[in-house]
Ligand binder design. Structure first.
Ligand code: FES
Ligand SMILES: [Fe+2]
Length: 346
């Protein structure tokens, strides 16, 4: 049993499989230039083919192990800088320029990853035993709705991604950690929390207070690209569009690092949309970064094994629920993995 618990914990800490993860901003992968990323402990290289479509391989040259991200893009393919071995987007060696008719040509020794691009970000699919073919990438409706406008910010945090998820499932911290910020100084500092289940996950919300502060978070867990949604009430001085909405994705880089992707959104179109985007860039963005830095500094200062000594109380029902959702998925993935291993052994 202790072993099972450890396996579950290890899988959750590394990052669940059969999921899409945001790995980079679209603008980071420029035409003609390979781009290295790391997610779930894997080094990956991204590049754009001649049509601009993204490709993603393990960042590893099958000849002697050089990083493909140090190489160059040749048309649709990527060529290693060390001796020129060239691979296509499926991980097949298409050319070994230093050796005519080399037997390596046509072999496919490098793993390729499904990759998609949406709302200024790049998502990569990590397959597990259950879903080798990528599950649908279902993104928040705000990403495609003409009623919303968004600005993406991405930050590396030196902590396991679970700390970022726990933080998002814990709206009560807004009234304390962010009490000196532009908008989160308002409202009561005492409350109870409650959970409401819905078809895709749950909402953790304050019982007494709504519309004053960071009062609820929706955790969308039952999807191949989990995320959270929350609103921060904004004063009229912050421009058109009502509350400031945040949609957040977290990506495990390795066990001690993560990337957080936060889309900052307002419901505005036409001229009000342009006014808000201008205001955001000019004044609001710095304030939002200040709040995010408060989260980052707090989470990075916590010990990596804080869970072993914590004393949860009623406010932490969202934290407990998100952890349970991760554990349930990990159990299912390990069972599928073990069943596949038994089948192939038999
Ligand atoms: S290591 Fe890449 S071509 Fe030799
Ligand atoms: Fe926060």
């Amino acid at each position: 049993m202790a072993d099972d618990r450890q396996r579950i914990d290890d899988l959750v800490n590394r990052g669940l499989l059969d999921q899409w993860y945001a790995v980079a901003k679209s603008v980071q992968v420029k035409p003609g230039k390979p781009h290295a990323v790391k997610a779930l402990g894997r080094n990956l290289v991204l590049w754009r083919d001649a049509s601009g479509a993204l490709k993603c391989l393990e960042d590893y040259c099958p000849h002697r192990g050089a990083r493909l991200s140090r190489g160059e893009v040749l048309g649709d393919n990527i060529a290693c800088r060390y001796h020129g071995v060239t691979l296509d987007g499926s991980g097949t060696i298409v050319r070994v320029p230093a050796m005519p008719d080399c037997a390596l040509e046509g072999r496919s020794p490098v793993e390729s990853f499904p990759v998609a691009e949406a709302c200024d970000a790049i998502f990569v699919y990590f397959a597990g035993a259950e879903h080798a073919e990528p599950l649908p990438l279902t993104l928040p409706e705000e990403f495609t709705s003409p009623d919303w406008t968004s600005i993406l910010c991405v930050a590396p945090w030196t902590c396991n991604y679970r700390y970022a998820l726990d933080n998002l499932a814990d709206p009560m911290h807004g009234s304390y950690l962010h009490a000196n910020s532009f908008t989160l100084a308002f409202g009561a500092k005492q409350d109870q929390m409650r959970i409401e289940r819905n078809a895709t996950g749950f909402v953790v919300t304050r019982v007494e207070q709504q519309g004053e502060n960071f009062d609820w978070t929706e955790m969308v867990t039952e999807t191949a690209a989990p995320y959270c949604r929350l609103d921060i009430p904004y004063p009229a001085a912050a421009g058109p569009g009502g509350p400031f909405r945040i949609i957040g994705f977290t990506t495990p880089v390795d066990e001690g690092d993560c990337l957080v992707f936060f889309w900052r959104l307002r419901k505005a179109s036409g001229l009000p949309r342009e006014v808000w985007r201008f205001l955001y860039r000019a004044t609001l963005e710095a304030r939002h970064w200040h709040v995010l830095e408060q989260d980052r500094e707090m989470l990075e200062s916590m010990p990596a094994d804080a869970r072993k000594r914590e004393m949860l109380y009623q406010h932490d029902i969202g934290v407990a629920r998100i952890r349970q959702a991760l554990v349930n998925k990990a159990k299912a993935q390990l069972a599928a993995h073990d069943a596949a291993a038994t089948r192939s052994a038999g």
